[in-house]
Design a protein around this ligand. Structure first.
Ligand code: KIV
Length: 257
């Protein structure tokens, strides 16, 4: 097991995570609940993302667009109680970062709930600059940005689109983000962006050249009905839960409880 925890009682800061670029690949997983967060901390995961993917994978919503700040604060609190010593990135939901003042109030709410930094989608340089100027650590996110994307197709396949994504990545870094999620872009584009930036890139469906990799925990654990093509499954907990419930039904039916 790669032990990337700073120590049993010191969690990573934005600065120590940034320093991992070029030294160690950064494993990041999402979490939404206390027991899963506890497991991830015990496994030595250095950074947990409480993503707005919670809407789709835990709340049964159609997309991340229905997720609110109240939902995010609730789940960040749950994750913090399970992982007191792990750096937590809290996702700013759609529109909660629409302008610098709104983003500042939203970010403060997520920090108060237990986040160490916030993530936001797209090249919102002014917003990122305002947050960083107030001492709030920001993770950027470009490539496929689910809050505004029309579909879940790979982004950056043709030359113009690749240029746009590379330019946006540069803008996000220049605005002061300390890390950048690159979602569902070609491996070659991720490699080029990773080489061009001083901050770590964390890929999801972006190949092995990024400085780290993030996956949605429900995909990793096999707790969904479908999985994105780029997500490996490391367990099949959906099946285990169904089988456990079936065994319980059998025992109760047979009065052997
Ligand atoms: O919300 C989320 O889980 C994310 C990851 C897919 C990067 O943004």
């Amino acid at each position: 097991m790669t032990d990337m925890s700073q120590s049993s009682s010191t969690k990573h800061t934005a600065g120590t995570l940034q320093q991992l670029k070029g030294t160690k690949p950064i494993p990041m997983l999402t979490a939404y609940t206390t027991p899963i967060a506890r497991c991830l901390e015990q496994a030595g995961i250095p950074v947990i993302l409480v993503g707005d993917s919670v809407g789709m994978v835990e709340m049964g919503l159609e997309s991340t667009r229905q997720v609110t700040l109240t939902h995010m604060a609730y789940h960040i609190g749950a994750v913090r109680r399970g992982a007191p010593n792990t750096h937590i990135v809290g996702d700013l939901p759609l529109d909660s970062d629409r302008d610098p003042d709104t983003a500042l109030a939203s970010a403060e709410r997520l920090l108060a709930a237990g986040a160490d930094s916030v993530k936001l989608e797209g090249p919102k340089s002014e917003v990122i600059g305002a947050l960083v100027g107030r001492g709030i650590a920001v993770v950027g996110h470009c490539g496929l940005t689910p809050q505004t994307a029309a579909d879940f197709k790979q982004v950056g396949r043709d030359a113009d689109e690749a240029e746009r994504v590379a330019r946006e990545a540069g803008e996000i870094a220049a605005a002061g983000a300390f890390m950048l999620v690159l979602e569902h872009v070609p491996d070659t584009l991720a490699e080029r962006i990773t080489a061009s930036l001083a901050i770590p890139t964390i890929g999801i469906g972006a190949g092995p050249s990024c400085d780290g990799q993030v996956l949605v925990i429900n995909d990793v654990l096999g707790l969904g009905e479908k999985w994105p093509p780029f997500s490996r499954q490391y367990a099949y907990l959906g099946k285990a839960v169904t089988e456990a419930a079936q065994a319980f039904v059998r025992q109760v039916t047979e009065r052997s409880f």
